[in-house]
Write a protein that binds this ligand. Structure first.
Ligand code: CA
Length: 231
């Protein structure tokens, strides 16, 4: 069984616009991302120990980033930590390093700079935890490049983000019936408005791409129950 384990990142940042920009960009890089907008919620989430990396702002309401860092280190939380600091917080930056932060980025920053630092921290982890290729029948999906290949025709096609998430979900649950609700939960999550999602349209784009490369795989509608990927 091929299973894709995505690396999971927590963003703790009280400026919600900044948090959203960071989260959106990281999701486009195929990380799983959660956000916390204050220190207490951030610590609560961090303590679950499900994250591979935490992006931690220093100035936060309720509990500051350095306090959070101290507590997660004392509790052996294994996540890498990148601190966000303002230029004026140089002392805090030094304190952060001595408390165990892995890196810091000074505000204001370019989003690409932050993403590059994240990728550096997770590079080794990623090699162990993420399989690059997901396979079913004559299909082979490269999850790093979002390229879908039909092994019998050797034809390939690039899959856009939302269709990629759909396809990945189906390939991880091949030959099983998946309900619409499960698909919405998994592919759209909570943070997109439901009405704008046109599942049927995305599925038809995806079916078309699978057909174009000559695969015998199909995503079938199962009346009243949902959908199923099969040969
Ligand atoms: Ca802040």
């Amino acid at each position: 069984m091929w299973e894709v384990v995505r690396l999971r990142i927590l963003v703790v940042e009280d400026e919600e616009t900044i948090a959203d920009i960071i989260a959106t960009k990281l999701r486009a890089e195929k990380y799983e991302v959660d956000t916390s907008f204050d220190g207490e919620d951030g610590l609560y989430n961090a303590m679950t120990n499900i994250y591979d990396l935490i992006i931690l702002d220093i100035m936060l309401p309720n509990k500051n980033g350095l306090e959070i860092l101290k507590e997660i280190k004392e509790n052996d939380i294994s996540a890498k930590v990148i601190m966000l600091t303002a230029k004026s917080e140089l002392d805090d930056k030094l304190k952060g390093f001595s408390t165990g932060a892995d890196d810091y980025v000074t505000k204001p920053f370019h989003i690409e700079e932050l993403i590059a630092r994240v990728n550096v921290q997770l590079r080794n982890k990623g090699n162990h935890k993420v399989r690059d290729i997901l396979e079913y029948s004559d299909l082979s999906l490269n999850i790093r490049t979002s390229t879908l290949t039909c092994k019998s025709t050797n034809e390939s096609i690039n899959i856009p983000y939302r269709e990629f998430l759909l396809l990945e979900y189906f390939m991880n649950n091949k030959e099983q019936i998946i309900s619409k609700e499960q698909i919405y939960d998994k592919v759209w999550g909570m943070d997109t408005d439901y009405e704008s999602n046109n599942l049927e349209a995305y599925l038809s784009f995806l079916r078309k791409k699978i057909k174009i490369i000559g695969s015998k795989v199909n995503i079938k509608a199962v009346r009243n129950l949902g959908y199923k990927m099969e040969e």
